[in-house]
Design a protein around this ligand. Structure first.
Ligand SMILES: *Cc1c(COP(=O)(O)O)cnc(C)c1O
Length: 455
């Protein structure tokens, strides 16, 4: 083979839209990873999406492995969700007063997750930000003044100031630092805010134990991704989960950020799957079925600290929005009504994992695959499969090789996550024939990377 077998898709319409967008929006996008900065090329402007496929402004069709970064677990334009939103639309789009769908979704979420009470927001960022304010308010009620929180390197919890510290994904740059130090990963975050966020390496139980021993009395909460998606997929070890539970002994609240994993890894999230017992959890993405929703909830005695019942203020003009609640309700009900969906997603995604391993090995391209349920990252590095466990190890990946592979996939109509440090998501709309087409494309793509490297 002398040249790449891949014919690039046309991008004239996307290019034109991107040029207009850049004139009026920073970087031309409303969320950074959409700009394709780490893989190069023109971001595709999407015209519509149905099932497992996206269609872009040039009419090219892509098999989608992003699912809007997680929410679209049923696939795009799912009939039940479309009908629920269309039905809600007949009754007006926002009331600024409570309404019945908020009650139904709260009942459903508490029943499925085991949380006693839940409060809805409009994004995952709001949910984690509010949960941390609540944790500080709750743990300081006896005058102990716990100001600090702990997070883990490479975990992303949205873009609230105090959480933009060693924060993964698009922010995975050359962050230095060691136990307990915190450097803002964004301009505009005062060092004073960042200083209240202590950082540990993920999957390092000894470091967490040491930090809690030294500073436990000052720490309001430990927030973590129960399976990390935002540094690529990282899976927690049992020892690390045990150390997380020990933080409660120091009086800190344990906050599971299930914005990505909630209703994705099981009906009771990563916590249900892995036996985690957090004091509070945060949700987003799937809970809104593709509309803007977040939520936080957990122990009744803690949640009762939220206004208007308690002294910790939190509000939202569009919180509990009827269209968003309708989409969330329809999505969670469809998941609950299909007991086979989680085993199917797991078996399809592990089939994808195995196929990628085989294809990369045959082409002589080193990859290390982490997969759990419908989440998967293939790190371009030669660590054994399943062994990448923290940010430092993930960051060893060959991002140039990933970018070349990504472009080769895109050129064949497969829309993978445009960053090495993201999970891909398989949806209920993917079938075996989509998986086979993906693996066929992946074989070509690994071969073209290998030829590119040797020429
Ligand atoms: C996406 C995500 C967030 C932020 O949610 P937004 O709705 O984008 O604000 C927070 N935490 C995790 C784990 C996420 O994956």
């Amino acid at each position: 083979m002398t040249s790449t077998p891949l014919s690039p898709t046309p991008t004239a319409q996307s290019e034109a839209l991107f040029a207009r967008a850049r004139a009026v929006t920073p970087g031309g996008v409303n969320s950074p990873v959409r700009a394709f900065r780490s893989v190069g090329g023109t971001p595709r402007f999407i015209r519509e999406a149905h099932g497992a496929y996206l269609t872009d402004a040039d009419g090219a069709r892509y098999l989608d492995y992003i699912g809007s970064w997680g929410p679209m677990i049923l696939g795009h334009d799912h009939p039940a969700v479309r009908e629920a939103v269309a039905g809600a639309l007949q009754g007006g789009t926002s009331f600024g007063a409570p309404s019945w769908r908020e009650v139904e979704l709260a009942e459903l979420v508490t029943r499925l997750t085991g949380a006693d009470k839940v409060r809805f927001t409009s994004s995952g960022t709001e949910a984690t930000m509010s949960a941390l304010r609540l944790a500080r308010g709750f743990t300081s009620q006896h005058g102990t003044g716990r100001k600090f929180i702990v997070k883990f390197r490479g975990n992303y919890h949205g873009h609230a100031d105090g959480l933009l510290v060693e924060a993964g994904s698009g922010l995975m740059t050359n962050a230095a630092g060691h136990l307990g130090t915190s450097a803002p990963s964004s301009a505009g975050v005062p060092e004073e805010y960042a200083a209240l966020t202590l950082v540990c390496e993920y999957n390092d139980p000894a470091a967490l134990d040491t930090l809690m021993e030294l500073r436990g009395h000052e720490i309001a909460a430990v927030i973590f991704e129960p399976v990390v998606g935002n540094a690529g997929v990282l899976i927690p070890t049992p020892d690390f989960l045990a150390a997380l539970h020990r933080v409660k002994e120091a009086g800190a609240l344990l906050i599971a950020d299930e914005v990505m994993t909630g209703f994705r890894l099981s009906l009771s999230g990563a916590s249900g799957l892995l036996g985690i017992r957090p004091d509070l959890s945060c949700w987003g993405k799937i809970i809104g079925g593709g509309l803007p929703v977040g939520a936080y909830g957990g122990r009744a005695d803690v949640m009762e600290f939220v206004s208007p019942q308690g002294p910790v203020y939190q509000a939202g003009t569009l919180s509990g929005n009827p269209l968003a609640m309708a989409a969330g309700l329809a999505t969670l009900r469809a998941l609950e009504a299909d007991p086979d969906i989680y085993p199917r997603l797991e078996s399809y995604t592990s089939r994808l994992a195995q196929g990628l391993k085989d294809a990369a090995r045959d082409a002589g391209i080193p990859i290390s695959v982490n997969q759990i349920g419908s989440m998967l990252t293939a790190f371009h590095q030669d660590a054994p499969h399943g062994s990448v466990g923290n940010y430092t190890q993930a960051a060893r990946s060959d991002t140039a090789a990933f970018a070349a592979w990504f472009q080769a996939m895109l050129g064949q109509g497969i829309y993978w996550a445009p960053s090495q440090f993201e999970s891909i998501f398989v949806s209920g709309a993917h079938t075996v024939s989509e998986l086979d087409a993906t693996l066929e494309a992946a074989r070509h793509a690994y071969r073209s990377v290998s030829e590119g490297a040797s020429s």
